[in-house]
Design a protein around this ligand. Structure first.
Ligand code: GDP
Ligand code: MG
Length: 296
């Protein structure tokens, strides 16, 4: 049996969370085209007859501009400590930019095998262009493997799993087979709501929005979930609620559908919105919302 930790690293928006979900065949991490969507470290556990692979999804590494950004970076760096393999994702369509270079320099501080994953190959129609890009990028570092993939379509993900197994140590499984993740179901439910908000409001509601499950009650055949949406300005609150409550309603419908799929049960979802001024810079709120560990 092979077992080990594999972390997904890359600048925001390269497709780390999409890949995690695809590898697990389960929607654990929310994804969006708004960068910096993933705020916490999410572990997803993959099992088959030969191996247990613990994938660690991270917030994208970027230059922090506020307290929340600093916390997200810290989490991303920590998640590369002690792992067996680092998967370095690059958006092949966008190419290798300064953001990627910044991440690669951080990766170089670790002495573990690094796979270069050229993601979003479905966007590259010309295979010669792809080969050219591979030739260019392989000079950057002594990568253990270079694999073009499409996290969205699942292209080459079987090959990726095969390659990962080659580099993992012989070891018994750490987690039992029914454990899927380190994060709580409550956390995942709140994330579903945040994803729909980002999806439906686009750039109008940026990182200032946070969702939090205030109440979670499970009966035999249904689950009651109350989600608090925290924003830092009243005009954002207005956007989140929408005209006549339309936006919040649509967010609720979509989030509930994901929740029901995940839980396999009927869900009664209640959402409400609260303004907390400048909460991103206030440690207290970050702790309350579970985004910062306390020192105890
Ligand atoms: P993260 O910030 O690195 O976790 O990136 P996400 O997983 O949230 O993905 C960012 C965006 O890229 C989302 O809109 C995804 O649907 C999209 N995306 C991810 N992987 C692929 C891929 O292989 N092909 C295409 N076309 N889009 C992708
Ligand atoms: Mg992500």
């Amino acid at each position: 049996m092979k077992c080990g930790f594999v972390s997904l690293v890359g600048r925001p928006n390269v497709g780390k969370s999409t890949l995690l979900n695809e590898l697990l065949g389960l929607k654990l991490a929310i994804t969006s085209d708004v960068s910096g969507t993933t705020r916490n470290i999410i572990q997803g556990i993959y099992n088959d007859d030969e191996a247990q692979i613990i994938f660690v999804d991270t917030p994208g590494i970027h230059k922090p501009t506020h307290k929340l950004g600093t916390i997200m970076n810290k989490k991303a760096y920590n998640s590369t400590e002690g792992v067996d393999i680092i998967l370095f994702l690059v958006d092949i369509e966008k190419g290798f930019g300064t953001g990627d270079k910044f991440v690669l320099n951080k990766i170089k501080e670790h002495d573990v095998p690094v796979f270069l994953l050229l993601n979003k190959v479905d966007k590259i129609k010309n295979k010669e262009v792809l080969l050219e890009k591979i030739n260019e990028l392989k000079e950057l570092y002594d990568f253990s493997e270079i694999i073009p993939i499409s996290a969205l379509k699942g292209d080459n993900t079987d090959l990726l799993i095969k390659c990962i197994k080659k580099y993992l140590p012989e070891m018994d499984a750490i987690y039992s087979e029914d454990e899927l993740t380190n994060v709580t179901t409550r956390f995942i439910m709140a994330e579903f709501v945040r994803e729909k908000l980002l999806e439906l409001t686009h750039d109008e509601v940026p990182h200032t929005v946070t969702c939090y499950v205030e109440n979670y009650e499970e009966d035999e055949d249904c689950v009651h979930i109350q989600v608090l949406i925290v924003v830092d300005r009243d005009n954002i609150k207005k956007i989140v609620i929408g005209k006549g409550g339309q936006m919040l309603k649509e967010v609720g419908i979509r989030a509930r559908s994901d929740m029901e799929k995940f839980l396999g049960k009927k869900v009664y979802l209640e959402t409400y919105v609260k303004t907390l001024k400048n909460w991103r810079d206030r440690e207290k709120y970050l702790v309350e919302l579970g985004l910062e560990e306390t020192d105890e």
